[in-house]
Write a protein that binds this ligand. Structure first.
Ligand code: SF4
Length: 300
């Protein structure tokens, strides 16, 4: 498997609890990596030999700023490219943002992605993302913006002919399924016969969470690296034998429903909506694969 990027979910905690968040992050979410966890992942990344990128994400990684900085520094020292995804809650002015970003620019970060949309900053709120963006440019940090649009707007005129190709569209998994599905156009469950976003035979990146779970798609894991070393999880992975990836490969979320004869509604918004809703019903059967509880909105 040509995995070249490890995306560390440094924490599931976030100062926001956005409706579109597909890992159910919130101020109450549990799970934070320690420096020892980050070190273990970097050790494994070196052993794997083909990892180029280490990303720090969440949740909101700036909530654990010193741990994130340690990880960025250490990853860079070991020769990896480094990136961060943030909602920039910390950028209370351009001047303040500069102070937060200065240590990161000194480490020579290779990418900074900033969430900037109405879910994070409504039109009336002061937009911290803009301050962070400006400070990053001043400091020479490569920066881009992640903007998620309101599906009620971009889906309002569609007749279902396939997943709408919209830059910044919501992924209907996690909290988005609970909060954003009402009133949107749907089509028959039987038509969602292909996963459009993941290639389980040819994954290029994985997400690793604070509990050690290694995710292909959020909530679909190939195991836990606190129990089995990462390189061994990759070696042992066989897409044809994985109980969730195999049916998804064969016939998308529709096949996942058929394979396990899961009760379902007639219509869904898109592939992810059917996939996530089906997985929720299969969690008792595959507790170590469809994990952790946090991603499925079960936090207590
Ligand atoms: S269809 Fe399922 S596996 Fe594919 S991207 Fe959507 S949620 Fe992930």
């Amino acid at each position: 498997m040509p995995i070249t990027g490890l995306h560390l979910l440094l924490t599931y905690k976030c100062n926001f609890a956005c409706d579109h968040c597909f890992v159910y992050s919130s101020p109450h979410a549990k799970g934070v990596m320690r420096i020892s966890d980050v070190r273990q992942i970097l050790d494994e990344a070196e052993k794997l030999g083909n990892i180029n990128w280490i990303f720090f994400e969440g949740g909101e990684p700036f909530l654990y700023y010193q741990t994130m900085l340690w990880g960025l520094r250490e990853a860079k020292k070991r020769g990896f490219k480094i990136g961060i995804v943030t909602n920039s809650y910390w950028a209370t002015s351009v001047e303040d943002a500069r102070e937060w970003l200065l240590p990161i620019s000194k480490i020579d970060a290779d990418a900074l992605s900033i969430s900037d949309d109405a879910y994070h900053y409504g039109e009336t709120e002061e937009n911290f993302a803009k301050y962070a963006h400006e400070a990053a440019i001043e400091l020479g940090i490569p920066v881009d913006t992640i903007t998620i649009d309101d599906p009620k707007e971009y889906m309002k005129d569609i007749e279902w002919k396939g997943k709408p190709v919209v830059e910044g569209s919501v992924q209907f998994k996690g909290r988005a399924v609970e909060k954003l599905t009402e009133g949107l156009p749907r089509k028959s469950w039987a038509e969602f016969n292909k996963c459009l976003d993941e290639d389980f035979t040819n994954q290029s990146r994985v997400h690793i969470d604070p509990f050690g779970y290694v995710h292909f798609c959020q909530g679909i894991t190939i195991g836990n690296m606190k129990k089995i070393p990462l390189h061994k999880l990759f070696e042992d992975y066989n897409p044809e034998k994985h109980p969730i990836c195999a049916p998804l490969l064969k016939g998308g979320p529709t096949e996942l429903v058929r394979e396990y004869q899961v009760d379902h509604e007639e219509d869904y918004i898109d592939e992810c909506h059917l996939c996530y809703s089906t997985r929720l019903k299969l969690r008792d059967k595959f507790p170590e694969i469809l994990a952790p509880d946090e991603v499925y909105g079960i936090q207590e």
